[in-house]
Design a protein around this ligand. Sequence first.
Ligand SMILES: NC(=O)c1ccc[n+]([C@@H]2O[C@H](COP(=O)([O-])OP(=O)(O)OC[C@H]3O[C@@H](n4cnc5c(N)ncnc54)[C@H](OP(=O)(O)O)[C@@H]3O)[C@@H](O)[C@H]2O)c1
Length: 328
Amino acid sequence: MRAAFYSSTGTAKQVLHVGEQPTPTPEPGEVLVRIAVSGVNPSDVKARSGIGISTAQPLIIPHSDGAGVITAVGSGVDSGRIGQRVWIWNARWDRAFGTAAEFVALPASQAVPLPDNVAFEVGACLGIPWLTAWYSVHFREPTADDEWILVAGGAGSVGSYAVQLAKRAGYRVIATVSSEQKASIARSLGADAVINYRTDDVAAKVSAIVGGRGVDRIIEVDLAANAHLYTKILKPGGSVIVYGSSDWNKPLPLHPWLRHGVTVSLFIVYELPADVRRAAIAASAEVLADPSFSHQIAAIFPLDQVAEAHEAIESGGVIGNVLLSIDH
Ligand SMILES: NC(=O)c1ccc[n+]([C@@H]2O[C@H](COP(=O)([O-])OP(=O)(O)OC[C@H]3O[C@@H](n4cnc5c(N)ncnc54)[C@H](OP(=O)(O)O)[C@@H]3O)[C@@H](O)[C@H]2O)c1
């Protein structure tokens, strides 16, 4: 089969190759999926560059997310699944061979049925961006007086889902963005208010919007950059859920947080508990059935341009999900 692969970390153009690799055979409990679209995420790019979570495998086919059709099953898997359209999660977590290939074999539970009316391009956005956004919004039930949630980076791949899911959960939403283009995207997704975190005084704007009490919750894309704001924009006792940070070693203002009663939770989507993942997957079926729910697809590259797809993410210039289309 044709696949993208690398055997050492480095820049995209240096280490990513496209060529022939053995087509996998599904082991017991696995399905073989013919990939139509592979989803590219920042963690795939970081892993390839060597700054992400390291792996010892000698050859890696990148990308955790994807969508396609089951073409074979291993023993113990219902053969009725052959021909089923699916979306994929965690193809590259603790595993060497991901979705940037014509085929991937993986545990049957990691291939989730994709409704006929949902495009493979959408399916390839669900594994990381959707599940991360869902957990960020739903990791704890709202309290009776919860009203406002701030989504940092509200036009990003995760952020754009988080804005929509927070609205559906009944929150009023403030999105932070860095440009007018991203502001109009966040508004179109339902954000009640938008703040440009580069040009506006975020604390003053939040105070003006929510009446001085602070927001109830924050969904954080960059802990290191925004940690200093929490005591100014979060209500006392409020909570922050963190899924990203530009620096994981930066000292944090723990004493001000202590006095303010800030709760900070961090998580990695690859390690969601099984019951949480099941709930998120069940919720995805409902949302996928709703054509008004929006999926931000920034660019689709052919498999041969996998390096350009990685570079597009590294450039920071794309708004939304980057995908690879796999021709057969
Ligand atoms: N923990 C997990 O399981 C998990 C899951 C998914 C993603 N992540 C991580 O989360 C990050 C975002 O992923 P993504 O796929 O959503 O990327 P993305 O599509 O590039 O979105 C990130 C968004 O955040 C904005 N942003 C950057 N710095 C910001 C800041 N200081 N304040 C507010 N907004 C800011 C960016 O826009 P501007 O630069 O224009 O502001 C962009 O719109 C990556 O580092 C990724 O590795 C972690």
